[in-house]
Ligand binder design. Structure first.
Ligand SMILES: *Cc1c(COP(=O)(O)O)cnc(C)c1O
Length: 228
Protein backbone atom coordinates (compact mmCIF):
# COMPACT_ATOMS: atom_id res chain seq x y z
CA UNK A 1 0.00 0.00 0.00
CA UNK A 2 1.20 3.53 -0.76
CA UNK A 3 2.77 5.51 2.07
CA UNK A 4 0.81 7.95 4.21
CA UNK A 5 2.54 10.83 2.43
CA UNK A 6 1.55 9.45 -0.97
CA UNK A 7 -2.05 8.86 0.07
CA UNK A 8 -2.32 12.36 1.54
CA UNK A 9 -0.84 13.93 -1.59
CA UNK A 10 -3.14 11.80 -3.76
CA UNK A 11 -6.20 13.14 -1.96
CA UNK A 12 -4.93 16.73 -2.20
CA UNK A 13 -4.46 16.25 -5.95
CA UNK A 14 -7.96 14.83 -6.36
CA UNK A 15 -9.39 17.75 -4.36
CA UNK A 16 -7.73 20.30 -6.60
CA UNK A 17 -8.80 18.46 -9.74
CA UNK A 18 -12.41 18.31 -8.53
CA UNK A 19 -12.34 21.97 -7.58
CA UNK A 20 -11.09 22.84 -11.03
CA UNK A 21 -13.80 20.75 -12.72
CA UNK A 22 -16.43 22.47 -10.58
CA UNK A 23 -14.97 25.92 -11.31
CA UNK A 24 -14.19 26.40 -7.68
CA UNK A 25 -11.08 27.67 -5.92
CA UNK A 26 -9.36 24.85 -4.02
CA UNK A 27 -8.31 27.46 -1.44
CA UNK A 28 -11.97 27.65 -0.37
CA UNK A 29 -11.90 23.97 0.63
CA UNK A 30 -10.78 22.72 4.03
CA UNK A 31 -9.59 19.15 4.23
CA UNK A 32 -10.31 17.74 7.67
CA UNK A 33 -8.34 14.52 8.04
CA UNK A 34 -10.38 12.11 10.17
CA UNK A 35 -7.87 10.31 12.38
CA UNK A 36 -10.17 8.09 14.47
CA UNK A 37 -8.80 4.64 15.19
CA UNK A 38 -5.33 5.76 14.17
CA UNK A 39 -2.42 6.70 16.43
CA UNK A 40 -1.06 10.15 17.25
CA UNK A 41 2.15 9.25 15.42
CA UNK A 42 0.27 9.40 12.12
CA UNK A 43 -1.21 12.79 13.00
CA UNK A 44 2.31 14.05 13.72
CA UNK A 45 3.50 12.77 10.36
CA UNK A 46 0.62 14.57 8.64
CA UNK A 47 1.48 17.79 10.49
CA UNK A 48 5.00 17.48 9.07
CA UNK A 49 3.40 17.14 5.63
CA UNK A 50 1.45 20.35 6.15
CA UNK A 51 -1.97 19.17 7.37
CA UNK A 52 -3.52 21.41 10.03
CA UNK A 53 -7.14 20.25 10.41
CA UNK A 54 -7.98 16.95 12.04
CA UNK A 55 -11.23 15.34 13.07
CA UNK A 56 -12.32 12.77 15.62
CA UNK A 57 -15.69 11.29 16.48
CA UNK A 58 -15.23 10.00 20.05
CA UNK A 59 -14.08 12.11 22.95
CA UNK A 60 -12.64 9.10 24.79
CA UNK A 61 -10.18 8.60 21.96
CA UNK A 62 -9.71 12.22 20.89
CA UNK A 63 -8.89 13.77 24.25
CA UNK A 64 -5.72 11.75 24.98
CA UNK A 65 -4.65 11.92 21.32
CA UNK A 66 -4.97 15.71 21.23
CA UNK A 67 -3.03 15.94 24.50
CA UNK A 68 -0.27 13.71 23.15
CA UNK A 69 0.05 15.85 20.04
CA UNK A 70 0.06 19.11 22.00
CA UNK A 71 2.99 17.67 23.99
CA UNK A 72 4.87 16.59 20.90
CA UNK A 73 4.61 19.70 18.71
CA UNK A 74 4.12 23.42 19.08
CA UNK A 75 2.59 23.69 15.59
CA UNK A 76 -0.94 25.02 16.04
CA UNK A 77 -3.56 22.68 14.62
CA UNK A 78 -7.37 22.64 14.64
CA UNK A 79 -9.34 19.76 16.06
CA UNK A 80 -12.83 19.21 14.62
CA UNK A 81 -15.33 17.09 16.51
CA UNK A 82 -17.49 15.22 13.97
CA UNK A 83 -19.32 12.50 15.92
CA UNK A 84 -22.30 12.29 18.22
CA UNK A 85 -21.41 14.28 21.29
CA UNK A 86 -22.89 13.38 24.66
CA UNK A 87 -23.53 16.40 26.85
CA UNK A 88 -21.38 14.94 29.64
CA UNK A 89 -18.42 14.98 27.21
CA UNK A 90 -18.86 18.59 26.10
CA UNK A 91 -16.47 20.08 28.60
CA UNK A 92 -13.75 17.64 27.62
CA UNK A 93 -14.35 18.09 23.88
CA UNK A 94 -14.11 21.85 24.22
CA UNK A 95 -10.70 21.51 25.86
CA UNK A 96 -9.20 20.65 22.43
CA UNK A 97 -11.81 21.10 19.68
CA UNK A 98 -12.34 24.49 18.05
CA UNK A 99 -15.09 23.32 15.69
CA UNK A 100 -18.09 21.08 16.32
CA UNK A 101 -19.59 19.58 13.14
CA UNK A 102 -22.29 17.58 14.86
CA UNK A 103 -24.59 20.03 16.62
CA UNK A 104 -27.71 17.90 16.27
CA UNK A 105 -30.10 18.75 19.10
CA UNK A 106 -31.23 21.45 21.49
CA UNK A 107 -29.74 19.85 24.61
CA UNK A 108 -26.30 19.84 22.99
CA UNK A 109 -26.73 23.47 21.95
CA UNK A 110 -27.57 24.43 25.54
CA UNK A 111 -24.57 22.54 26.85
CA UNK A 112 -22.13 23.99 24.28
CA UNK A 113 -23.34 27.53 24.94
CA UNK A 114 -22.99 27.10 28.68
CA UNK A 115 -19.57 25.48 28.53
CA UNK A 116 -17.92 28.01 26.25
CA UNK A 117 -18.96 31.11 28.14
CA UNK A 118 -15.39 31.66 29.33
CA UNK A 119 -13.77 31.08 25.95
CA UNK A 120 -12.13 34.10 24.40
CA UNK A 121 -12.92 32.95 20.86
CA UNK A 122 -16.40 31.91 19.74
CA UNK A 123 -16.83 28.20 19.08
CA UNK A 124 -17.41 27.27 15.42
CA UNK A 125 -20.44 25.02 14.98
CA UNK A 126 -22.12 23.24 12.09
CA UNK A 127 -25.72 22.10 12.42
CA UNK A 128 -25.97 18.42 11.50
CA UNK A 129 -28.96 17.60 9.32
CA UNK A 130 -31.07 14.49 9.57
CA UNK A 131 -31.27 13.25 5.98
CA UNK A 132 -33.33 10.15 6.72
CA UNK A 133 -37.12 9.84 6.82
CA UNK A 134 -36.87 8.85 10.45
CA UNK A 135 -37.28 11.85 12.79
CA UNK A 136 -35.95 9.62 15.62
CA UNK A 137 -32.50 9.57 14.05
CA UNK A 138 -30.01 12.19 15.14
CA UNK A 139 -29.84 15.56 13.48
CA UNK A 140 -32.06 18.51 12.73
CA UNK A 141 -34.70 17.89 10.09
CA UNK A 142 -34.26 20.31 7.17
CA UNK A 143 -37.73 21.76 7.78
CA UNK A 144 -36.72 22.72 11.32
CA UNK A 145 -33.35 24.18 10.37
CA UNK A 146 -34.29 27.86 10.43
CA UNK A 147 -35.93 27.69 13.85
CA UNK A 148 -32.95 25.80 15.24
CA UNK A 149 -30.48 28.18 13.57
CA UNK A 150 -32.20 31.10 15.30
CA UNK A 151 -31.54 29.41 18.62
CA UNK A 152 -27.87 29.00 17.71
CA UNK A 153 -27.64 32.63 16.60
CA UNK A 154 -28.95 33.81 19.96
CA UNK A 155 -25.61 32.77 21.51
CA UNK A 156 -22.81 35.25 20.86
CA UNK A 157 -20.17 32.74 21.96
CA UNK A 158 -21.10 30.39 19.11
CA UNK A 159 -20.33 31.06 15.48
CA UNK A 160 -22.77 29.36 13.14
CA UNK A 161 -20.64 28.08 10.26
CA UNK A 162 -23.32 26.27 8.27
CA UNK A 163 -24.69 22.78 7.81
CA UNK A 164 -23.20 19.31 7.98
CA UNK A 165 -24.46 16.01 6.63
CA UNK A 166 -23.52 12.41 6.05
CA UNK A 167 -24.90 10.96 2.82
CA UNK A 168 -26.95 7.77 3.26
CA UNK A 169 -25.23 4.62 2.03
CA UNK A 170 -28.32 3.16 0.37
CA UNK A 171 -28.72 5.76 -2.36
CA UNK A 172 -26.66 7.99 -4.62
CA UNK A 173 -24.86 10.69 -2.58
CA UNK A 174 -26.15 13.34 -5.01
CA UNK A 175 -29.62 13.01 -3.45
CA UNK A 176 -28.42 14.01 0.00
CA UNK A 177 -25.88 16.54 -1.22
CA UNK A 178 -28.69 18.33 -3.08
CA UNK A 179 -30.79 18.39 0.11
CA UNK A 180 -27.85 19.76 2.09
CA UNK A 181 -27.12 22.41 -0.52
CA UNK A 182 -30.78 23.51 -0.51
CA UNK A 183 -30.77 23.73 3.28
CA UNK A 184 -27.56 25.77 3.14
CA UNK A 185 -29.11 28.26 0.72
CA UNK A 186 -32.08 28.79 3.00
CA UNK A 187 -29.81 29.17 6.01
CA UNK A 188 -27.76 31.82 4.24
CA UNK A 189 -30.89 33.91 3.68
CA UNK A 190 -31.19 33.99 7.45
CA UNK A 191 -27.47 34.37 8.19
CA UNK A 192 -25.20 35.15 5.22
CA UNK A 193 -22.09 34.21 7.21
CA UNK A 194 -23.31 30.64 7.72
CA UNK A 195 -22.12 29.71 4.24
CA UNK A 196 -19.97 26.68 4.94
CA UNK A 197 -20.97 23.10 4.15
CA UNK A 198 -19.39 20.09 5.85
CA UNK A 199 -19.98 17.10 3.57
CA UNK A 200 -18.00 14.55 1.62
CA UNK A 201 -16.05 11.56 2.93
CA UNK A 202 -13.58 9.11 1.37
CA UNK A 203 -16.12 7.58 -0.98
CA UNK A 204 -17.90 10.70 -2.15
CA UNK A 205 -15.81 13.83 -1.62
CA UNK A 206 -15.38 14.56 -5.32
CA UNK A 207 -19.16 14.62 -5.76
CA UNK A 208 -19.48 16.74 -2.60
CA UNK A 209 -17.13 19.33 -4.08
CA UNK A 210 -19.35 19.57 -7.16
CA UNK A 211 -22.30 20.19 -4.83
CA UNK A 212 -20.63 23.01 -2.92
CA UNK A 213 -18.91 21.32 0.05
CA UNK A 214 -16.39 23.54 1.85
CA UNK A 215 -15.25 21.15 4.59
CA UNK A 216 -14.32 17.63 3.50
CA UNK A 217 -14.10 14.99 6.23
CA UNK A 218 -11.77 12.35 4.83
CA UNK A 219 -10.49 9.39 6.83
CA UNK A 220 -9.69 6.01 5.30
CA UNK A 221 -8.58 7.29 1.91
CA UNK A 222 -5.68 9.04 3.66
CA UNK A 223 -5.19 7.02 6.86
CA UNK A 224 -5.69 3.59 5.36
CA UNK A 225 -7.88 0.95 6.90
CA UNK A 226 -8.76 1.55 10.51
CA UNK A 227 -7.08 -0.54 13.16
CA UNK A 228 -9.71 -1.53 15.70
C1 LIG B 1 -15.36 8.42 10.11
C2 LIG B 1 -16.06 9.64 9.65
C3 LIG B 1 -15.70 10.29 8.46
C4 LIG B 1 -14.60 9.78 7.54
O1 LIG B 1 -15.00 8.61 6.90
P1 LIG B 1 -14.11 7.92 5.77
O2 LIG B 1 -15.10 7.15 4.98
O3 LIG B 1 -13.11 7.09 6.47
O4 LIG B 1 -13.49 9.00 4.96
C5 LIG B 1 -16.37 11.44 8.11
N1 LIG B 1 -17.37 11.94 8.88
C6 LIG B 1 -17.75 11.35 10.02
C7 LIG B 1 -18.86 11.94 10.80
C8 LIG B 1 -17.12 10.19 10.44
O5 LIG B 1 -17.51 9.59 11.58
Amino acid sequence: MASLAARYQGVLDRISQSAQSANRDAADLTLVVITKNHPASMVLELIELGARDFGENRDQEAEPKAAEIAQATSTPINWHFVGQLQTNKVKSALSYASTIHSLDRQSLLDSLAKNCLEKSEPLDVFVQLNLTDDPGRGGIEPKNLEAFANNVLSHSNLRLMGVMGVAALDRAPEVDFETIRGASEKLQQLEPGAKFISMGMSGDFETAIAFGATHLRIGSEIMGNRVY
